[in-house]
Ligand binder design. Structure first.
Ligand code: ADP
Length: 401
């Protein structure tokens, strides 16, 4: 079965085509179309037979998918004889009201996503818009939404609940949902492969543009640092992370801004950027290295929050077999990793400075005698979505857990 996995931005469409009929699950093609809607979109495609990088107008996401299907069936560089070989487009969908798992996209799913547009403002609106367009334009091509929250449905009730009135939690879906499910699921699976067993306690640290930790026991999530929305938990590149809602009346009163304006600042101008003005950890680290105090503070706040959840999850799991760093920061920043693991020898966590400093992307970075193994593992969210999409199609149902 061939599954196209799509990653949507408001003006971008990135894809990978997987052949899940082959046990090696190869990527047959990958591509990206950027600046959709502008007079000159950047169009990149790469297959085993070749690739190209061109500029041309691409009006909307419907045109982008048509272009992608044309690329896949191109007589010279394409990998499919016919576009009908694509069994489905799988999406890593973020959030929907009182709905999780893996779903065939229909009106009810789109409405549930729309209902939580204000909870996931950076993600839901572009996805809903593009999915509606694709459904109209390619009615025979199943669209699959694999929700980021699905992996976390195994979190015990006590850790899901906010201490709020019952009906807010049950009827309105105000609870800790957890996100980054595809990434944490992949890390759980890959760690089991690397360590050769599945009865593992793993703390998965996805640190990137948005960041979260997950506590995983025997392959199932039992804790996430993300809560009701992707703005919660750790500080993100430009989103606030954990925040006390009773600061809101103060901000409304003192700044004269509306609730929407304040939420916009918390969702787009806060996090690392709010503290130091830069939101890419490479820039923050460089500025801190040159003595910029606010950049150092941003790194310190970020790491303090990682350690906060790391400590909580070590207790939740009763220790850990492995701590795994992934995401753009987790995979690449030896500094954030060493700050995170500093002075944790008592907990059996000890890095090997040389292994932490560099090596293959996927490697153990803990010292030989460290009781807890520490790894960096590049995540692969797309293969998770492809597998989930296949599982749904094979089930013949419209939704699976
Ligand atoms: P997203 O969560 O948006 O998918 P990524 O997981 O790709 O993002 O992470 C992107 C972030 O990774 C960048 O914003 C940057 O902060 C960080 N990053 C990438 N490379 C490095 C590096 N070499 N050192 C430190 N941080 C890095």
């Amino acid at each position: 079965m061939k599954i196209l996995v799509a990653n949507l931005g408001s003006t971008s469409f990135k894809y990978r085509l997987f052949d899940l009929g082959d046990p090696a699950e190869p990527v047959l093609a990958r591509g990206a179309i950027e600046r959709i809607g502008s007079p000159s979109s950047k169009v990149v495609v790469k297959t085993a037979k070749g690739g190209s990088e061109t500029s041309r107008p691409v009006a909307d996401h419907g045109d982008a998918v048509q272009l992608c299907l044309d690329q896949l069936t191109d007589p010279e560089t394409g990998v499919l004889a016919d576009a009908s070989e694509v069994s489905a487009i799988g999406f890593k969908a973020v959030h929907a009201r009182n709905l999780t798992g893996v779903h065939l996209v229909d009106d009810a799913v789109l409405e549930a996503m729309e209902a939580f547009s204000d909870v996931a403002p950076a993600h839901n609106p572009p996805y809903v818009k593009a999915m509606r367009m694709l459904r109209d334009r390619f009615p025979g091509l199943p669209l699959v939404a694999a929700f980021e929250t699905g992996f976390h449905r195994t979190i015990p009730e006590a850790s899901q609940r906010y201490a709020i009135p019952e009906e807010w939690a049950t009827a309105l879906g105000v609870r800790r949902w957890g996100f980054h499910g595809a990434s944490h699921r992949y890390i759980s699976w890959r760690t089991a492969e690397l360590l050769g067993r599945t009865d593992l306690k793993v703390i998965s640290c996805h640190l990137g543009g948005s960041s979260s930790l997950a506590a995983i026991r025997d392959g199932a999530s039992v804790g996430s640092s993300l809560g009701m929305s992707p703005q919660s938990g750790l500080p993100h590149n430009n989103r606030v992370g954990e925040f006390d809602v009773f600061a809101l009346p103060v901000l409304l009163r003192e700044t004269g801004k509306s609730l929407e304006e304040i939420l916009q600042i918390l969702a787009c101008k806060s996090g690392l950027e709010g503290i130091c003005g830069a939101n890419d950890v490479r820039d923050v680290e460089a500025a801190a290295g040159e003595g910029d105090i606010r950049s150092q503070l941003a790194l310190d706040v970020f790491v303090a929050s990682i350690r906060h959840y790391l400590g909580a999850f070590l207790l939740e799991l009763g220790g850990a077999d492995a701590i795994v760093f992934t995401g753009g920061i987790g995979e690449n920043s030896s500094r954030i990793r060493s700050m995170t693991c500093r002075d944790l020898g008592w907990f059996g966590i000890e890095l090997d400075p040389a292994l932490n400093a560099g090596g293959p992307a996927e490697r153990r970075i803990s010292a030989e005698g460290s009781r807890v193994q520490v790894w960096t593992v590049p995540t692969n969210e797309e293969i998770v979505v492809a597998r989930q999409s296949q599982e749904l199609l094979k089930s013949g149902r419209s939704a699976i857990a």
